[in-house]
Design a protein around this ligand. Sequence first.
Ligand SMILES: Nc1nc2c(ncn2[C@@H]2O[C@H](COP(=O)(O)OP(=O)(O)OP(=O)(O)O)[C@@H](O)[C@H]2O)c(=O)[nH]1
Ligand SMILES: [Mg+2]
Ligand SMILES: [Zn+2]
Length: 353
Amino acid sequence: MTDDATTHDATTGARVVRVDRGAVSVLPCRDDGDGLRAHDAGPLRVDLDRDGLVPFADGSRRPAAVGDWLEIGERADGAPHVALARDRRTALVRDTAGATSDVQTLAANVDIVLVAEHLDPDPSLGRVERLLTLAWRSGAQPVVVLTKSDLVPDPDGMAAEVAGVAIGVDVHVVSAVRGEGLEPVRALLGPGVTLVVVGPSGAGKSTLVNALAGADVMATAGRRADGRGRHTTTHRELVMLPGGAVLIDTPGLRGVGLVADAGALGVTFADVEELAARCRFADCAHGTEPGCAVRAALESGELAERRLDSWRRLMREAAFQERRADARLAAQERAWWKRITVEHHRQLRSPRR
Ligand SMILES: Nc1nc2c(ncn2[C@@H]2O[C@H](COP(=O)(O)OP(=O)(O)OP(=O)(O)O)[C@@H](O)[C@H]2O)c(=O)[nH]1
Ligand SMILES: [Mg+2]
Ligand SMILES: [Zn+2]
């Protein structure tokens, strides 16, 4: 695929700011030890090879994601091309619905995942748990940002409830329209730090990005909307802040397929797993077994039924996803064997032999 491309020595580091069909937009950057700075020129559009994939340092060819670091080379005709994608430090991934396609990378090389959830309508604890698991799996640090505090009478009480399901995670309450509560979020924007904002449509992600950027860099649903945004943001997009931090805005997540990871679930549900470890039987199903610490905690009110249900649901989903991933892998291997067998027979029939 890259045969026609001559890679010159002068490759530049470039960060993917947007991925489109058949092309990526990159921002040539330098890190002067004081955070990332874009070169004076704006984003550069780089056409991808015909397969739409880019070569990674580990030898694989995969789709590029927002946040990827690319080495840009030059073709013989002077057009830029992707010479190499650096291996990802962290990656926010979700399972895709497709039967054969792999997981989808929402953002790469991220340090902090801002899980945005609105206070009005009521926040969904289940969604927060799901997004926290996604975030823990990425290798980045999650932080919960509860938005629209100006619309509810008791934002702190609601925040306490959310904090109960966000173990080991800071929970901040903000009103972007009033500019309230933003200081602790701003404090995360250190030079060179990359943050991604995830959450449902209409949560106020783009409004938050604009408030943090101090400028209207992203389009929002507008103030007159009823808060139920209808996917105003349609592309994941990377924004460079003047202080050297990097923010990635994402479209509202509808159903987020969890990618199996027992470790990430164990961090999100550390309280439940700790209880489960105290059950008399190692394989306790927390049903009618004697000496079940989980059921005892339910009865004493220490553990909420909803929390246990949520843990069970996500565990089941992760196990299902794992089996499906195995099936996909097996299908890919079968396809590979079929291809090389066909190729083998073709060569056997070839007159040159
Ligand atoms: N009252 C109030 N409204 C807010 C606040 N933040 C955002 N909004 C409003 O909520 C609506 C949705 O905001 P957006 O920033 O477009 O939401 P989003 O999460 O980016 O939505 P998608 O791009 O569709 O995923 C807009 O009408 C905003 O003005 C807030 O702090 N208070
Ligand atoms: Mg948006
Ligand atoms: Zn038990």
